[in-house]
Design a protein around this ligand. Sequence first.
Ligand SMILES: *[C@@H]1O[C@H](CO)[C@@H](O)[C@H](O)[C@H]1NC(C)=O
Ligand SMILES: *[C@@H]1O[C@H](CO)[C@@H](O)[C@H](O)[C@H]1NC(C)=O
Ligand SMILES: *[C@@H]1O[C@H](CO)[C@@H](O)[C@H](O)[C@H]1NC(C)=O
Ligand SMILES: *[C@@H]1O[C@H](CO)[C@@H](O)[C@H](O)[C@H]1NC(C)=O
Length: 392
Amino acid sequence: MPPSLSIITFLSLLLLPSAVTATTIGVTYIPSPTLPPPEQVLANLLSKKITAVRLPVPDPNIIRAFSYTNISLFLAIPNSLIPSIAANRSAASLWLYDHVIPFYPRAHITAISVGTHVLAQGDVTSADLLVPAIRNVYRSLTDIGIRQITVSTTFSFVNIMTTPFPPSSAEFQQPANNFVIKPLLDLLSETDSSFFVSLYPYSVYKLRPEIPIGFALFQQHAYNFREDTVTGVRYRNLFDLMVDAVIAAMAVAGHENIPVVVAETGWPSYDSNGEVEAQDVYSEMYLQGLVNHVRSGKGTPLRKEGAAEIYIYEMFDTNDTATKGLNSDGAWQNWGFCYPNMSMKFEIDFSNGGSPLMELEDERVTTCLLVLVYFILVLKIRDDLILFFILQ
Ligand SMILES: *[C@@H]1O[C@H](CO)[C@@H](O)[C@H](O)[C@H]1NC(C)=O
Ligand SMILES: *[C@@H]1O[C@H](CO)[C@@H](O)[C@H](O)[C@H]1NC(C)=O
Ligand SMILES: *[C@@H]1O[C@H](CO)[C@@H](O)[C@H](O)[C@H]1NC(C)=O
Ligand SMILES: *[C@@H]1O[C@H](CO)[C@@H](O)[C@H](O)[C@H]1NC(C)=O
């Protein structure tokens, strides 16, 4: 039995009743003077039926352009503002008066990330300020009567997780866990907010040569799975395994119900060091595989509804490689799925229809039973386990 997550917690995660709502799929959009104006980009997003956009560099003019659409917006506050916002609530209000208040609710702002990948900068002291800064943004919002926007911060998977294998034993890294993640989780549950994480199967695949590429790319083959060696739960793709690692780590930290938002995920189509997997064909397989998987409504083994929202990184190529856990050596990648003229590098159908949720229900029950039988056979059933099932 793993020291980290008890059987009870694990089984209760599997059995947790929850209302299944469809996962939102959005894209990250970073405007630049070399790209078409926001109105054109917006029309293009609507034609692709993309209903959510993450704006890591939220220029007020861009936010204005999204008013009167049903596209939901995920905004980020720059890391450089964290110290002043943590120290002074009026600095939080100032930012909100520029980026939210003039546009809300016509612009459908649903999330604010206070800082992005702060731990990647290696400066753990600035992470101390994260929770106070988030609290100040949240309080400023509620002061003006806005309660529907979730306020959190975005971590990078590689900066916070010990290991995703097996996912049921995953924990948050120390010291980050004690001094920032745990206090953050307490705040998120108090404020009904979500946990934001950037998560790249590509990075884990590059670090672990034994992982078959098909497992990272959502390819369906009979033998394409990895078993959680502790629980026996089968994973058919690396993305689900990483999401469940985050969910298991949250459970260890005492919070199993906080929604997970994947703030960034994607696959590079080009790498200046000539990495062979960084190609259009793999990027297409990953993104279409992700969309199809999410639209199928299957969720992850630990969470029926899966991630609440997933933002593809990214619409147009930019040069941000720092936080993806890759050994950059001055190398840069292209992660965009559109050329600057807005034609797509490859076709992705974002509206790909899903299958009914019924079959999934059966699958989950089977998984639960298998896990149960496993524990009953292999381990002595403890009193609390029996009690747990009587209570169910
Ligand atoms: C937004 O969604 C609502 C309800 O689904 C719909 O009535 C309305 O026409 C939509 N507005 C736009 C601009 O698409
Ligand atoms: C708090 O921030 C506001 C706006 O940025 C500024 O005017 C004020 O002087 C700050 N107060 C303190 C105590 O730093
Ligand atoms: C990324 O940086 C490289 C090297 O500086 C440059 O050649 C390339 O055009 C840049 N790509 C984008 C999309 O800015
Ligand atoms: C858009 O740009 C790409 C890459 O430069 C090019 O291959 C494609 O033909 C262009 N499409 C249109 C419609 O101009």
